[in-house]
Design a protein around this ligand. Sequence first.
Ligand code: HEC
Length: 157
Amino acid sequence: MKHFIAAVLVGLFSLFPFNTANAEDFKKQIEARDAYMSMLSFNLGLLGGMAKNPDSYDADVAGKAAANLQALANMNIDAMYPKGSDNGQAGLADKTRAKPDIWADFADFKKKQENLQTALAEFVKIAGTDVDGLRKGMGMVGKNCKGCHETYRAPKD
Ligand code: HEC
């Protein structure tokens, strides 16, 4: 019976012309990096809101959001980016916007992450001081998000 089931499964798989195994293999990693980016975006959004509307500035909230960004940026991201989990792989085109270029030069990709860490090390010192500090620092943080996205993230279709 076991052999029969195995034979049926093998038969079923060979019916599908495309290899969709990758999509399943990397589901968790892709979900994790989307969640990670959402956390970055959430905290940066809080800060952006206060920078735009200085009356809403709250030093405590701003300081905490900046510290969250720094903690997130300091996480090691390697395990979320296994080789072969790019949008050029069969079955992954509509699952991820991570470009194959990431793995063509992984050291440079990591450098972009380090640049964000460096910017945030400065940002945490000023974001929770006053709204002027926050406003001054926003650009340098945003620039580093953009700096990585421009090279390594595919546009939304
Ligand atoms: C080292 C490179 C890098 C840096 C730095 C970076 N990102 Fe990303 N980001 C990516 C990649 C790659 C993706 C696409 C991930 C995927 O689709 O698998 C992404 C996706 C996103 C997304 C879309 C998430 C989704 O649900 O599809 C948002 C939002 C985002 N980033 C926000 C940010 C913000 C905010 C910052 C800065 C505080 C930032 N990112 C810094 C590489 C980076």
